[in-house]
Ligand binder design. Structure first.
Ligand SMILES: [Zn+2]
Length: 407
């Protein structure tokens, strides 16, 4: 039984990083299966970064079929695996597709021990150890496809063997946190501050745990932004502001989830966000939607190029040119999508999900969340529509269904 520290070994995005949270925010342990018959932390990291465009692997821990545990993120990292609950949950993924496979004995033992260890460390009760499908909005998801009640029962049956867990040194992270940090200091607490500054877009230089001039400069820039005393020293006030900035926009944390899905509340039409160039940059599906419509690279980050394109769009539309997507600009963007997109291709549920303006238009017409991703909810709505129209019920939007939708 062994935990391998891969926190600095797995593929990560060059352009984005996950946020961090205080430990006190953590309420749940989320159990997943990989839904693949084989795999590894390395393979999932590649998939999540290269295919899904995430900042890094979605899970905090991956448990192989042979019971080896990979530690992928600090538990303070808010990675993507349970949508709106990401902020509160630690993700453990067991390699396997438990719709057709069963977990190995080694894997079950290792997962139980790891879960107990985390429950102890974080004072999480067994009632807060949930399967992915037990999280709000995920009842439809076949994950982890094991009997969670049974799993919880085993957790409470404390076999003596869990102490034998071999933990990597930094796992418990009970190192002392100094209250004041300034230039010349070194240590994991300095590194933590660097990571937080980095995640907020203040570029403190290398994340090396050394409080050098670049780190000091980042602290100064952060203090200026937060409108607090500018001294380049991290004290209680700066920490408080770091917390505040990290939690400023909780809606952003809603998406994406461990597989792209549309069950997040991010896109509730009535409450669309005001989008603008900020530092750190705003990110999300709504940014991507704007980018698709104004012809910017759809990377989901509201950067200078997106701002320029939005200004050009506003100029074309004869509305206020401020580079900010507010209600007026949203309405103008909506008009474009309503009239601009015709039938282009067969739309169906695929892996990864198809995305695009045409899907958004279909979703609006069906009266469901218009996130532009063709997922299970969209398929169900298409089937319902086809049934009501008396045409072939296949959940696929081809020319016939399209014509019925928009006739
Ligand atoms: Zn899952």
């Amino acid at each position: 039984m062994k935990i391998v520290d891969k926190r600095n070994a797995l593929l990560r995005s060059q352009t984005s990083s996950y946020r961090r949270r205080p430990r006190s925010t953590i309420r749940n342990i989320a159990i997943h299966h990989s839904a693949t018959t084989s795999g590894s932390a390395e393979a999932f990291a590649r998939y999540h970064v290269n295919e899904l465009g995430w900042p890094g692997i979605g899970y905090h821990y991956v448990v192989d079929r042979n019971g080896q545990i990979s530690h992928c993120h600090d538990i303070e990292v808010v990675s993507y695996h349970v949508g709106n609950s990401n902020r509160y949950a630690i993700g453990i993924c067991m390699v396997g597709d438990f719709r057709t496979q069963t977990l190995t004995k080694e894997q079950r033992q290792a997962t139980l021990r790891l879960t107990r260890k985390l429950m102890d460390d974080l004072a999480i009760s067994v009632d807060n150890v949930w399967g992915h499908d037990e999280f709000p909005g995920y009842a439809w998801k076949p994950c982890p496809s094991i009997n969670m009640q049974n799993f919880r029962n085993r957790l409470t049956r404390r076999g003596g063997s869990y102490e034998e867990i071999e933990v990597d040194k930094s796992f418990t992270n009970d190192q002392q946190q100094r209250t004041i940090l300034s230039i010349g200091d070194q240590g994991s607490d300095v590194k933590e501050i660097q990571q937080r500054l980095d995640e907020l877009g203040f570029n403190p230089g290398p994340l090396d745990g050394i409080y050098g001039s670049q780190t000091e400069d980042a602290v100064i820039r952060f203090q200026r932004t937060a409108a607090i005393k500018v001294d380049g020293v991290v004290g209680p006030q700066t920490r408080e502001q770091l917390d505040r900035f990290e939690h400023k926009d909780e809606r952003e944390l809603a998406s994406p989830t461990d597989e792209p899905d549309e069950n997040s509340t991010m896109y509730e039409e009535e409450s669309r966000r005001l989008l603008r160039l900020l530092r750190p940059m705003m990110r999300g599906e709504d940014v991507r939607e704007v980018q698709e419509k104004v012809g910017a690279v759809p990377d989901g980050l509201y950067g200078p190029e997106t701002e320029r394109r939005v200004q050009a769009f506003q100029r074309d539309q004869n509305i206020l040119v401020d580079g900010i997507v507010g209600p007026q600009t949203w309405r103008a963007l909506d008009r474009i999508s309503e009239n601009g997109v015709g039938y282009e291709r067969l739309l169906s549920i695929q892996s990864p999900y198809m995305r695009g303006q045409d899907i958004r238009r279909v979703q609006r017409e069906l009266g469901i969340t218009a996130d532009g991703l063709f997922g299970p909810q969209t398929e169900t709505a298409v089937r319902d529509f086809q049934r009501a129209e008396g045409i072939t019920v296949d959940g696929i939007v081809g020319p016939q269904t399209w014509a019925r939708l928009f006739q």
